[in-house]
Design a protein around this ligand. Structure first.
Ligand SMILES: [Zn+2]
Length: 135
């Protein structure tokens, strides 16, 4: 949703390409040959994040939503947990953060992500994926 730092974007023509070097105002777009319009292909504040339609579809289909290491205050991402929690699938929403944000989560796991995420993922993967199928 935030783009890719190792890609360039031409603000003049929309061309994107992999680019590992620093950009300069003198660089020329390889597609339109215009100088001065190249920038990292990342979303700045105030711009619409990429792939919002794909994200909305994923939120509609989610059974589990995890927010990891977020302030929970920058939209549109700050609204994802609320969206998932009302998708009609009883989506379990969890935040893994140094401290709870007070957001709409059904579970909050405080601590550094380097330790909380592996433990949470291991627990999640050890669960029976179809507990209702057992009789
Ligand atoms: Zn261009």
């Amino acid at each position: 949703m935030h783009g890719e730092i190792r890609k360039l974007l031409c603000a003049a023509c929309g061309h994107t390409a992999w680019h590992a070097d620093d950009l300069s105002p003198a660089d020329i777009c390889p597609a339109c040959q215009e100088p001065g319009h190249l920038r990292p292909d990342i979303v700045w504040f105030g711009e619409i994040p990429y792939h919002m339609d794909v994200i909305q579809d994923a939120l509609d289909q989610a059974d589990i939503f995890a927010a990891i290491g977020t302030s929970g205050i920058v939209y549109p991402a700050a609204g994802f947990a609320e969206h998932a929690s009302h998708n009609g699938r009883r989506c379990h929403t969890v935040e893994l953060n140094l401290a709870p944000t007070g957001g709409p989560f059904t579970e909050s796991i405080p601590g550094p992500a380097a330790t909380t995420v592996p433990a949470w993922a291991a627990n999640l993967l050890s669960r029976d994926p179809n507990p209702k199928d057992k009789s």
